[in-house]
Design a binder for this molecule. Structure first.
Ligand SMILES: Nc1ncnc2c1ncn2[C@@H]1O[C@H](COP(=O)(O)OP(=O)(O)OP(=O)(O)O)[C@@H](O)[C@H]1O
Length: 803
């Protein structure tokens, strides 16, 4: 069929209309921007206290601006289309949070808004979103302009509905992206949406999977129930989402319980946020029109109390909160069989999204009904005209309590809340609530109205195996939830009569809870492990206290400098001691600190004392007794017996009472004495000869000790040299202005030098100490020179590269 062409005059008319509309829009936007400039609220200004003319004048004088606090939407500097959308839905007067938050949000400030449940926070962010995008002349070609994140699908759906209603006269596009819906359908459209209302998981899924979906132009981010979204449960998802968002954006956070921590806020990159807490100074943290009651009963009486309550409130709309999905299922199924005479509904997270939405809508429409639910419905949901909120299980914390009871007494309406507590939960929970300005009235159960459903339940459970299964699962999940609760002062598992509770659900025997058993045994195992580790640590500590065998000590010595320096002195035993010290001071002075020199003086004193002693006691008699070398050739025993036989008790006592450093002196003194004895033997030949085996052993022992000392001495020198060389090199480099290369050079030095320095002295091990020391010094000097040149070259290269 041929398409009939539209007459030209019609086309022109439409074109003219469009042009006129655009011109009007442009004019309106200009006017709005001018008004916003003039009527900009002062930062951190909350106008809620300004009620009369005098206050207004004071306010204006203080801030020298023309900002006028307003109470109705029509007075706000917002577009005609938004005003029309608001009045179309009977929103004329602003609520407190709207009055306080909207003026700041309109001028592009970040904000954290806190106000009691049902106080109208949703409009406080929807109006600024519509306005800011309208003023930016946002189109679908600009991509996503605003994102609203909600913790649950139901809440996202609710926000989307409000957005649709209020924004209906704008030409902006909006999309709802939540789990449980057709993801492919969303993928085709998500990139064309200007405003997105979503749950965190599905948003991230689109960010990861949907081709062409990016949020580079995003202007506004809103987190409704911000404390819930930013807590641990969503942490990873939110972090990943934030990585995909531009830093230059406006961020608005809203919740009835603003418990957002500073670290959480830092992740959001807020810029001078306005903190708007309109009910901060209110007497209660819950709505004024809410009446709050609580009763205490035994755990096994709870189900009877709930049933009796329902039976006595058959014309009311009641929301019943339980801890787990399994409990919700069991209560719903059991009560359905008992037919209390009121429509029963149930909703929980394990249901399909379509069913959830259907039940949600059904409950909204009903005038009288009971809906069993989990905390899925505790936040943000706006069920109209709920009379009672009943909390069968104690909430995990005060925030949860506030959000649950907030499902009633919303906006201007009245409502009541009943909390059922076990006796063990009462004192702590009530005092926690009082701390947050929540006062509950305790009421007593009317025994005449109490009904017992235990026998009926037993009958039902034996008749319907499925119901029995639900009862068991309900019991298990409840007990597990108590076990895993954080606040152990409120939830003390041992205080709950579990057997009686299982019977109250109609069960004949108490179900076993494997998870708890497993957890308990895990805990026990952990405790045992910790105890074992502690024991081991204690044993090691004791060992350390008792002392390490002497030969191990030699290897463990940390500062062997003292020993090595003194060993050098032993070499010069026959020489003039003053000469030795002078030589040392002249030649190797670089390596000796004043402390070390003092140490040497001390050693000298000990040595002279020993000499006197040895002379006095006469070594012959002592050595005659010495048979130990032929029986036991372990170093440790050798040392000990030598000490005994050589009458070195004084030194030994000294060493035992002092630390490792001093033990080094002990070893040196031992060696020193051996030297003395040998010299005396060889030179004077006046002592009674002892067996050749014994003498050989002494020599072997000496040799082994010397070798050890020599080795440690060499290591010390290598280290000292390295340090010296590094110091010199650094100095040279800094003189040449090559400081930046010092670090790089250090690394290279460490890589190259140890091999060179360690190998060379080995060749000369057999030569005398003096020669080997000289060789070391010479070779070190050469090497130092070489490596210095290398380093300079490297430094020059680095400098060149840097330039
Ligand atoms: N200015 C207003 N005039 C009349 N009714 C309003 C106004 N603002 C909000 N409401 C109504 O008040 C009710 C609660 O609003 P809303 O859901 O935004 O509260 P909330 O503070 O977000 O609650 P919650 O803390 O539970 O999330 C809704 O039914 C809403 O339609």
């Amino acid at each position: 069929m041929k398409k009939t062409k539209k007459p030209k005059y019609k086309k022109n008319k439409r074109k003219q209309q469009k042009q006129q509309q655009k011109a009007n829009e442009a004019k309106e936007i200009k006017e709005l921007e001018q008004r916003l400039k003039l009527e900009k609220p002062p930062p951190t200004g909350n106008d809620l206290k300004i009620n009369n003319e005098e206050d207004v004048n004071n306010f204006l004088e203080n801030y020298r601006i023309r900002y006028k606090p307003v109470k109705t939407f029509s007075e706000l500097p917002i577009s005609f289309n938004t005003k029309k959308g608001l009045s179309f839905n009977n929103f004329t007067q602003m609520t407190e949070i709207q009055r306080a938050a909207i003026p700041h949000a309109l001028v592009g400030r970040d904000l954290l808004g806190a106000a009691v449940t049902g106080s109208g926070k949703t409009l406080a962010f929807i109006v600024p979103i519509l306005e800011n995008l309208y003023r930016s002349r946002w189109t679908s070609l600009d991509g996503v302009g605003a994102i609203i994140i909600s913790p649950t699908r139901e809440l996202a759906l609710q926000i989307f509905t409000v957005l649709e209603k209020v924004g209906q006269f704008h030409s902006l596009s909006a999309g709802l992206i939540i789990g449980g819906k057709d993801v492919d359908f969303e993928k085709e459209r998500v990139s064309l949406m200007s405003i997105l209302v979503c749950t965190p998981g599905r948003l991230l899924q689109h960010m990861n999977e949907t081709f062409g979906f990016n949020c580079e132009n995003l202007k506004m981010l809103v987190l409704d129930e911000a404390d819930r979204i930013l807590d641990m449960g969503f942490a990873e998802t939110i972090n990943a989402i934030l990585d995909n968002l531009p830093l230059q954006r406006q961020t608005l956070l809203f919740s009835a319980t603003q418990r957002t921590t500073l670290t959480q806020l830092m992740r959001l990159n807020l810029k001078n946020p306005e903190y708007i807490s309109v009910h901060e100074h209110a007497e209660k943290s819950t709505p004024e029109r809410l009446s709050q009651f609580y009763i205490t009963c035994q755990l096994d009486e709870k189900i009877n109390v709930v049933y009796s309550f329902i039976k006595t409130h058959l014309n009311q709309k009641i929301l019943v909160f339980l801890t787990s999905c399994k409990q919700v299922k069991f209560f719903f199924e059991a009560f359905r069989h008992l037919q209390p005479g009121i429509p029963l509904l149930h909703i929980h997270g394990n249901m399909k999204q379509a069913t959830r939405t259907e039940i949600h809508d059904d409950f909204c429409k009903k005038k009288r009904a009971v809906m069993f639910t989990t905390d899925l419905s505790s936040r943000g949901l706006d069920f109209p005209a709920v009379h009672w909120v009943v909390q069968v299980d104690c909430p995990e914390d005060v925030d949860t309590y506030i959000h649950r009871v907030g499902r009633t007494a919303r906006n201007e309406s009245f409502g009541s809340a009943l909390l059922i507590l076990c006796q063990s939960e009462e004192p702590e929970m009530i005092s926690l609530l009082q701390l947050r300005k929540i006062v509950l009235t305790k009421i007593e159960i009317n025994d005449d109205k109490m009904l017992s459903i235990q026998t009926a339940l037993q009958g039902l459970l034996s008749k319907f195996p499925q119901l029995k299964y639900f009862a068991e699962r309900s019991f298990v999940t409840y007990v597990r939830s108590i076990f895993f609760q954080k606040n152990k002062k409120v939830f003390q598992l041992e205080k709950y009569p579990l057997d009686k509770y299982s019977q109250s659900l109609g069960l004949v025997s108490t179900p076993k809870i494997k998870a708890i058993k497993r957890e308990i045994s895990k805990k026990k195992r952990k405790e045992i492990d910790i105890e074992e580790k502690q024991e081991k640590k204690d044993q090691e500590k004791q060992k350390q206290k008792q002392g390490i065998p002497r030969d191990e000590k030699i290897m463990l010595r940390e500062n062997r400098d003292v020993l090595s320096k003194d060993w050098l002195k032993l070499k010069e035993l026959n020489e003039n001691e003053e000469d030795f010290l002078t030589k040392k001071e002249d030649g190797v002075h670089n390596y000796l600190t004043s402390e070390e020199l003092n140490n040497e003086n001390q050693i000298e004193k000990i040595r002279s004392k020993q000499r006197i002693k040895i002379g006095k006691s006469g070594l012959t008699t002592k050595y005659n007794k010495k048979v130990v070398f032929s029986d036991d050739d372990s170093d440790e025993n050798s040392n000990q017996n030598l000490d005994e036989n050589q009458n070195l008790d004084e030194n030994q006592n000294l060493n035992e009472n002092e630390n490792l450093d001093e033990n080094e002196n002990e070893n040196q003194n031992l060696d020193e004495n051996l030297n003395q004895n040998q010299n005396q033997n060889q030179n004077q030949n006046q002592f009674e000869p002892y067996s050749s085996t014994t003498f050989d052993d002494i020599q072997n022992f000496r040799k082994s000790v010397r070798e050890k000392i020599q080795k440690s001495d060499q290591e010390d020198r290598i280290l000292e040299n390295k340090k010296l060389k590094q110091r010199r090199l650094k100095k040279k480099l800094s003189e040449k202005g090559l400081d930046f290369a010092v670090e790089n050079i250090k690394e290279k030095q460490e890589l190259n030098e140890p091999k060179l320095l360690e190998k060379k002295p080995k060749k000369n091990q057999k030569k005398s100490k003096k020669v080997s020391t000289k060789f070391q010094e010479n070779s070190l000097e050469n090497m130092e020179q070489n490596s210095l040149e290398n380093m300079e070259q490297i430094a020059m290269k680095l400098l060149h590269n840097n330039l």
